[in-house]
Design a protein around this ligand. Structure first.
Ligand code: ADE
Ligand code: ZN
Length: 338
């Protein structure tokens, strides 16, 4: 049995997925037509050709443009359902999904429209596909802290459906400290916290996310290796890193997948996980991220098992949910590893 077979069969948990980043060009065009929205591209091929990014910002510009086709509750449903079908194909058992309400509310789409569409699909995914899920609201860090606070207020009636808040968009120049008060309030309201840090930004942003935002996970975090003291802290605290290898190469954080530091993170005993980030834009869902990374970094089955167990440990599942998944991984390991 090959490592490819083992990866395909692996029960997976995804912890870093922007639902707007799962919008495939085909669905983008279908929604543009349905909603009479004009896209700056003539065809699906032209869209794909534009996915040639030089850094995070060059991606975000196109990503926000693509999101403009999302107007009605059904649009958010269709996008989320399409992602869940990819999850089924990739044997994702549990997923914790980011959504960016400000990308939509700033265009006049009501917060409730966004979350109703997404949660209805997640409910159907649980019932019809057996995929459990959680929702994490991300604040756009290039916008003001006041705007983030207003978004948090809008989310309060939906508290039971949103497990946590996060921080995404343009990292450099927008340090976590900018959002300390918002995150204080979010935690007081019972939300867990995560933040993108150390993707393009420096290790100090990871420290700020830990110290000021009290995050439970660091999204990306790959630049932590530049600071040995920080690495020791992340090891000691078993702080999860939701790493996104294909994303990092597409956004030029690493020149090639062979140069990615995921294997170094694993060998340092850090709680690293593999995720897809924005799979419609970066060339692959979680399964493809595992397959390509395993090949490029010559990961062994022991590494794959560690990555799978790290993701369960890092998830926001309760103890029973975690135990259930660990048993599924035990069964997988018995067949493919031991
Ligand atoms: N990789 C990423 N980094 C920051 N913000 C994002 N929004 C969507 N994907 C992102
Ligand atoms: Zn991300």
């Amino acid at each position: 049995m090959s490592i490819e077979d083992a990866i395909r069969a692996l029960p997976k948990v995804e912890l870093h997925l922007h639902i707007e980043g799962s919008l495939e060009p085909e669905l983008m065009f279908a929604l543009a037509e349905r909603n009479q929205v004009e896209l700056p591209f003539a065809s699906v091929e032209e869209v794909r050709a534009a996915y040639d990014f030089s850094d995070l910002q060059s991606f975000l510009d196109i990503y926000y443009a693509g999101a403009q086709v999302l107007l009605e509750e059904q649009d958010f449903y269709d996008m989320t359902w399409a992602y869940l079908e990819r999850c089924r194909a990739d044997k994702v058992r549990h997923t914790e999904i980011f959504f960016d309400p400000q990308t939509h509310t700033d265009r006049g789409v009501p917060f409730d429209t966004v979350i109703r569409g997404i949660t209805r699909a997640l409910d159907d995914g649980r019932e019809q596909l057996g995929i459990s899920s959680e929702l994490i609201l991300c604040f756009l860090r290039h916008l003001s802290a006041e705007a983030a606070m207003a978004t948090l207020e809008q989310a309060l009636p939906w508290k039971e459906r949103i497990i946590g808040v996060g921080l995404d968009s343009s990292e450099k120049g927008h340090p976590p400290e900018k959002f300390q008060a918002v995150f204080d309030r979010a935690r007081a309201e019972g939300f867990l916290t995560v933040a993108h840090a150390g993707e393009e930004g420096p290790p100090e942003y990871i420290e700020q996310a830990l110290d000021l935002l009290k995050v439970k996970r660091i999204d990306h975090g790959v630049r932590c290796l530049e600071d040995p003291l920080l690495v020791r802290r992340l090891q000691k605290e078993r702080m999860p890193l939701t790493v996104c290898p294909l994303s990092n190469v597409k956004l030029c954080v690493f020149d090639t997948l062979e140069e990615h530091n995921l294997k170094t993170l694993l060998d340092a005993n850090l709680c690293a996980t593999i995720n897809s980030d924005d799979p419609a834009y970066f060339g692959g869902y979680i399964g493809q991220n595992f397959l390509e990374t395993a090949e490029a970094l010559k990961l062994g089955l022991d590494d794959i098992e560690t990555l799978a167990r790290n993701a369960v440990e890092a998830s926001f599942l309760d103890d029973d949910g975690k135990q259930d998944l660990m048993i599924q991984i035990d069964d997988w390991a018995e067949r493919y590893v031991h």
